[in-house]
Design a protein around this ligand. Sequence first.
Ligand code: ADP
Ligand code: ADP
Length: 225
Amino acid sequence: MANVRLEDIKRRFNNVTAIEDITFEIPDGEFWVLVGPSGCGKSTILRTIAGLESATSGKLFIGDRLVNNIPARQRDVAMVFQNYALYPHMSVAENIAFGLQMRKVDRKIIQERVMNVARSLSLDHLLDRKPKQLSGGQQQRVALGRAIAREPQVFLLDEPLSNLDAQLRDDTRAELKQLHQELGITTIYVTHDQVEAMTLADKIVVLNRGRIQQIGDPQTIYASP
Ligand code: ADP
Ligand code: ADP
């Protein structure tokens, strides 16, 4: 776990300013949600924290560490996208274990972590299946499991439920909430969905045209006028 601090982050693409004046600090273990219209900069913020984009200016800290120049692989951050890309030839267990094997984690520890993650995400009866033998919701849970199994300091989610149908979205959202309560990993979550923001967020950051419009708790942000 770690706090995440952005200080005056700006990102420009050629002559387009995608985000600017982005300053906030997420305390250890909190769940923050980024909302705002398409193109307002949500993904750019997430990708900058992940190290998939670099900030044009400003400072980014994960824990006490200034990470602007630290590559993605060394940031101890896990990211899950809308289009979960599982390895089709690997079983569910192998998919979940993949990031740990890359890091040469001990086999026994890998087995334990895979079992724990699978249990938390109700995947324990599916460990031998291949991705194509799973429903969309199950596949997305495997993608979440693969990211969580590494026990990252920070968990980044870019509209992870938007490809699921309504029932699956509700179930997976509830599982995500429970997973966060169990693990307490600092989480930043991008969504268009007000229900997701209301039920998951400790704090909501409202963005507009690359700038922060408001930061507040869900009750304040969605209070009826
Ligand atoms: P959101 O995730 O809120 O939809 P994005 O972060 O994807 O917004 O995009 C913010 C702005 O930055 C948009 O104007 C988008 O077109 C622009 N942008 C994002 N990525 C790039 C890129 N690689 N090259 C040029 N412009 C980009
Ligand atoms: P989202 O709907 O999640 O915001 P987008 O479709 O905006 O995703 O962006 C998908 C990818 O395309 C991202 O990697 C983003 O950086 C890139 N991108 C977005 N806008 C532009 C742009 N105007 N020019 C080049 N790349 C872009």
